[in-house]
Design a protein around this ligand. Structure first.
Ligand SMILES: Cc1cc2nc3c(=O)[nH]c(=O)nc-3n(C[C@H](O)[C@H](O)[C@H](O)COP(=O)(O)O)c2cc1C
Length: 405
């Protein structure tokens, strides 16, 4: 597949043409009224970057330190379930694109390819794994063993899915409720023959992490429904301690949106947190991640903080880093890339964002991501939004760069 598009929104449009509606809506949609989904992107637009000139710029260095490593770019691929349904071998293609660009890829617990599949397919770069703790802790222990075997560097424990948000687009399309392909779904697939050929050629899809376990159901739809049902709604901080004892590698909690939860996570001894509202797919009405970030960074001082949600542009990444994120995770941005153009599509999204970050830094008079992080919140101004502005009051900068006037 080739991938000619000029920005992430273009990739989304191509994905819409290629995918059956049921899967496009599954990626694109949020929960209930989709207010949080909209806030995630909308609040980025409420921040304005400071333009600086005549800075005698050197070539920019986009490398960035997060999760214990210096990575070539300040963003990585976050966990997105069922990528292998958006393009044949989608998880493998995404990981290849990430590794070629020198960034980590995180495999979702709900993926078609397993960690072993990725390694067997020659994905030998940095891999992360996202875990949902199921009611059956034995299964969680097995997932951890598989992650250890595959040399996973960082485990992301997702905690914002105690119950699944109400996704009205999915309900309308009959996704998640269905346990087999009905006539309407079949017709939707038949209307996208190129997609169908591509996905079916990769083999009969199923959830890789529970392959061979008949109790999860006979096909991907049944497996997805069973797995969602089995996510443990009683998960608590005690389980974080349980996991911390069993997982010796680096570990984050993904899905923190409140400063007090960030403080609690720090006390639990995790290495980092991911400020996330699951891309506006869970609590509708929750605040945007970018607006929550400054308060969380302040409350959990000393704890590494990453962010995801609504990142569609290099400028979004720059804004998150300025507000204290060590790195950023992509979700829909690269999922659309995979759906639009497979490995080339994911690579194109990564390259576009990298280019946008490079140009943005240059026009801000900054020669590196590190310089941006040092400048911190003095790199931008918030438009007059109650609750946003007071949190972003100038601090005088965290570094040596001059304060904009
Ligand atoms: C189609 C789709 C599937 C997702 N699956 C998972 C998942 O399996 N595990 C998880 O922790 N997060 C999952 N997420 C949430 C993402 O990791 C991330 O938090 C979110 O997509 C960020 O928002 P953005 O897509 O607006 O960038 C999923 C998101 C999407 C769009």
């Amino acid at each position: 597949m080739t991938a000619h598009f000029a920005n992430v929104e273009d990739a989304r449009r191509i994905a819409r043409r290629r995918l059956p509606k049921i899967f496009f809506d599954y990626i694109d949609g949020g929960s209930s009224a989709e207010t949080t989904l909209e806030a995630n992107t909308g609040d980025f637009a409420r921040l304005r970057l400071h333009q600086r000139v005549l800075a005698g710029l050197a070539p920019r260095d986009l490398s960035s330190e997060y999760l214990g490593q210096r990575q070539r770019l300040p963003f990585m691929l976050g966990p997105v379930g069922f990528l292998g349904l958006f393009a044949g071998r989608g998880e493998i293609l995404a990981a290849r694109a990430a590794h070629a660009a020198g960034i980590p890829a995180c495999l979702s617990n709900f993926s078609i390819a397993s960690l072993d599949d990725l390694r067997r397919a020659g994905c030998d770069g940095p891999l992360h794994f996202q875990l949902y703790v199921l009611k059956d802790r034995g299964l969680a222990t097995e997932f951890l063993a598989a992650a250890e075997r595959a040399g996973v560097e960082t485990l992301h424990l997702t905690v914002d899915t105690a119950v699944t948000g109400i996704r009205e687009r999915d309900a309308r399309n009959g996704f998640r409720a269905a346990v087999r392909i009905g006539p309407r779904m079949g017709l939707g697939f038949a209307m996208r023959p190129a997609w169908a050929f591509d996905v079916m050629r990769a083999g009969r899809p199923g959830v890789g992490a529970v392959r061979g376990r008949a109790e999860f159901g006979a096909n991907i739809l049944a497996q997805a429904a069973t797995l969602s049902r089995l996510i443990d709604p009683t998960l608590s901080w005690a389980d974080v301690d349980w996991l911390r004892e069993r997982w010796r590698g680096r570990m984050t909690i993904k899905g923190i949106l409140h400063p007090q939860d960030a403080v609690r996570a720090k006390a639990a001894g995790v290495d980092a947190i991911v400020v996330s509202n699951h891309g506006g797919r869970q609590l509708d009405g929750a605040r945007s991640t970018i607006s929550a970030l400054p308060g969380i960074v302040r409350a959990a001082e000393g704890l590494e903080v990453l962010l995801d949600g609504g990142v569609r542009r290099g400028t979004d990444v720059v804004k998150a880093l300025a507000l204290g994120a060590s790195g950023v995770l992509l979700g829909r941005a690269y999922a659309w890339g995979v759906a639009a153009g497979g490995e080339a599509g994911a690579a194109r999204v990564i390259a576009l964002l990298a280019e946008e970050i490079d140009v943005t830094l240059a026009l801000m008079g900054l020669s590196s991501v590190d310089a941006l992080k040092r400048l911190g919140r003095d790199a931008l101004t918030a438009l007059d939004e109650p609750g946003f502005t007071d949190r972003l009051a100038p601090t005088g900068g965290r570094g040596s760069a001059p304060s904009p006037v």
